[in-house]
Structure formats: C-alpha cells, structure tokens
Design a protein. Structure first.
Length: 187
C-alpha cells in the first residue's frame, strides 16, 4: 500500500478544508490499489491532543474517495472546536484502514473475553438502534483490559456498560493498517 501517497492525499484534504472550507477533488492519477473498497478512519491530533476522529467503518466506497471524505469529516468533528489555519503547523494525522468487520460468534457472552485481543481488534457493537465503534488503538492508549474495552464500547454506543453480556447484542471485530506521520503544512 502506498503510504506516502495516502498521507499526502489526507494532508492535502485537511489543509484545503481548514484553509478554504473546500473538499479537494479526487486526483486523476493515484495507485490502482486505492480503487478497492475499504473502511477508513482519519484521526487528527493537535500536538498530542485528539481534535477529530471520523470515518467510514464499512467498505462502501473506493479507498481514494474515503481518504478525502474522512479527512474532511475529521476536520469537522462536532466534539471539538473548529480547526484554524494557525493550528496546521501542530497537527498530526493518523489514518486507519480497516478490514471488513466480521461478527464474533459466541455461544456464551463470556467467550468475548477470550476471542478479543487488545491491540489487534477494533470493535463495533450493535443492539437495536444503538451502535458504536472503537479503533484497536483505543484500548491500548487507555490501558484497558478486554472487559473494560467492551464496557467502553457499550458507553460509546449509548448502552449500559454490561450490554455486551446480553445475547441480543452483536459485536463485530476488524483490524487496521495504521499510517501516521507528523503533519507538515503545504506551501
């Protein structure tokens, strides 16, 4: 995978949106591998503080389109104040390219504790109209064990912390390829 191109495209998308509030066009020339449909998340840090994390969890569009869309969306994460042009020099991007989420099949909900591996598995939880997603790096950064990870996932979905124990709750896992680099402003 052409990590340099992916980072360059994401940086251009972020820079253009912060400076001019415009989404860049998909370039005419890009690696063929970016035509494949993949889930993607773009995380923006200002120095070491999270400033945005938005993505597309399912492989519904070509990766090249997802990179641009997720980069622009991460700039507009409603949990944070808007990014400004003078922030650009301090920004760092992290791009997570996802495998297709797969249902974790269990006969007893306690099996999740053995089937989920911290640092490897990102998780999606679904129950009724509620859903939530955590990337695999989250439990590592938070120093969570698997049970705390599942509770955090429930919280993210607006569920009670023990909802993962209910057999009506479905949990999916995915893995990521993470690409990260310091953000350097374009001239």
């Amino acid at each position: 995978m052409d990590e340099k191109f992916i980072l360059s495209l994401a940086k251009r998308a972020v820079g253009e949106f912060i400076r001019n509030k415009k989404q860049i066009l998909i370039p005419d020339n890009y690696p063929d591998e970016l035509n494949g449909k993949r889930g993607i998340f773009v995380t923006i840090y200002k120095k070491n503080d999270l400033r945005g994390c938005i993505g597309i969890p399912y492989p519904i569009k070509p990766l090249v389109e997802g990179i641009v869309e997720a980069s622009v969306s991460a700039c507009q994460d409603s949990r944070f104040s808007p990014l400004r042009e003078n922030d650009i020099k301090d920004l760092r991007l992290e791009i997570s390219i996802l495998t297709e989420p797969r249902l974790i099949e269990v006969k007893d909900q306690k099996e999740y504790l053995k089937k989920i591996k911290i640092g490897r598995d990102g998780l999606i939880i679904k129950r009724g109209l509620h859903s939530g997603l955590l990337l695999p790096q989250v439990p590592v950064e938070q120093r969570w064990d698997v049970e705390t990870y599942l509770e955090g996932l429930c919280y993210k979905a607006g569920l009670s912390p023990d909802s993962w124990k209910d057999e009506k709750t479905k949990i999916y896992s995915f893995q990521t390829k993470i690409i990260r680099e310091l953000f350097t402003p374009l001239k």
